[in-house]
Design a protein around this ligand. Structure first.
Ligand code: TMP
Length: 210
């Protein structure tokens, strides 16, 4: 039987540069001859991308916080069974842009739904499957949002448009998540240049897992 693959998630506030770093690491892993896929949450497969567009629609300002949390968990469930688990069973490396920690920080803490409650619905969604390694892109909300504002090609979604106070609460939520899972989560200073961040991410992945 093929050995189970490696599940790596990437977390952080808006504009932390995750997507760019993931693309860089993907290319390096490929060049190293690894079987690797890149995916994202919410999304990654047809059903979950549809749920994503419902959640992030700028016209859905009336969405209730628990509805939002349940939709993220539903999208995660489908993504896990349809894409992540099969890839791991094939022995692949899965690079996932956001996973459960986003729900803990955004819905659990910033939306004020409670981390335990959000963890409970997510446990129902994902069972025992957790990332083997999570890389947290550490950047203060002001700096991240400034990056987004200067990147005109990136569309602003419903969550980007939340207040600065909300984004500070997200950052605080992540600090709690980091304390809760010190074994799994590693931080990278995301205020550094793209090249420096990519290099640090690469070293973490290589030294810890491969
Ligand atoms: P993205 O902009 O990184 O693609 O993520 C979409 C937005 O959804 C982002 O604002 C973070 C938010 N989010 C949550 O609030 N909870 C979650 O569980 C996930 C995966 C994302």
């Amino acid at each position: 039987m093929e050995q189970r693959g490696i599940f790596i998630s990437f977390e952080g506030p808006e504009g932390a540069g995750k997507t760019t770093a993931i693309a860089n690491v993907y290319e390096r892993l490929k060049a190293d001859g690894r079987q690797v896929i890149v995916t994202r949450e919410p999304g990654g497969i047809t059903i979950s991308e549809k749920i994503r567009s419902i959640i992030l629609d700028n016209d859905h300002g009336e969405m209730d916080g628990r509805t939002e949390a349940l939709l993220y968990a539903a999208a995660r469930r489908q993504h896990l069974v349809e894409k992540i688990e099969p890839a791991l069973r094939q022995g692949e490396i899965v690079l996932c842009d956001r996973f459960i920690d986003s729900s803990l920080a955004y819905q659990g803490h910033a939306r004020g739904l409670g981390m335990e409650e959000v963890l409970a619905i997510n446990k129902f969604a994902i069972g025992e499957t957790m990332p083997d390694l999570t890389i947290f892109f550490d950047i203060l909300p002001e700096a991240g949002l400034a990056r987004i504002a200067s990147n005109k090609s990136r569309e602003q979604n419903r969550l980007d448009n939340e207040s600065l106070r909300f984004h500070h609460a997200v950052y605080e939520g992540y600090q709690q998540v980091l304390q809760r899972y010190p074994e799994r989560i590693r931080s990278v200073d995301a205020s550094l240049s793209e090249e420096e961040v990519a290099e640090k991410v690469w070293k973490l992945i290589y030294s810890q897992l491969i």
